[in-house]
Design a protein around this ligand. Structure first.
Ligand code: CU
Length: 157
């Protein structure tokens, strides 16, 4: 009897793990100034989400867009390109790191980073280095944030 009930508990736990959770939508605002006083920013500029989640880029201030940086996203993932002042919702199915930019303000450092799932950082440093100085510095900050958010797990790798 005892072993049977243990088996049932184990099977139920397995079912719960296998049940898909509802995909969440996250919002990223495109702003002329963020909460920390930085000009021309995505807010939040770093997001960690689950595979299947969506991100909606909101034109809170005018004159911005959100689009993939083609060299800084997972292989085989679908790029996106929002128009200026366009609210756009993107679904992220492929795990990995996605850097993106605002076309008019990338030179001022208006870039963002989305981590999908728990995949290790996989942005090609040589491609990050090809960015102009301000977006490169900003992206490096965001990559550091992503590494911090892994906490203990990162320390053991
Ligand atoms: Cu912009």
């Amino acid at each position: 009897m005892k072993s049977t009930s243990l088996f049932v508990v184990g099977a139920l736990a397995g079912l719960m793990l296998a049940t898909p959770t509802f995909a969440a939508d996250h919002q990223v605002q495109m702003v002329n100034k963020d909460a920390e006083g930085r000009s021309m920013q995505f807010e939040p500029a770093f997001l960690k989400i689950a595979p299947g989640d969506t991100v909606t880029f909101v034109p809170t201030n005018k004159g911005h867009n959100a689009e993939s940086i083609l060299t800084l996203m997972p292989e085989g993932a679908e790029p996106w390109k929002g128009k200026i002042n366009q609210e756009i919702t993107v679904t992220f199915d492929t795990e990995g790191f996605y850097a993106y930019k605002c076309l008019p303000h990338v030179g001022l450092g208006m870039v963002g980073l989305i981590q999908v799932g728990d995949a290790p950082a996989a942005l090609d440093p040589a491609e990050v280095e090809k960015l102009p100085t301000r977006p490169e510095d900003r992206l490096l900050d965001l990559i550091a944030l992503a590494e911090d958010s892994k906490g203990e797990a990162a320390a053991t790798q």
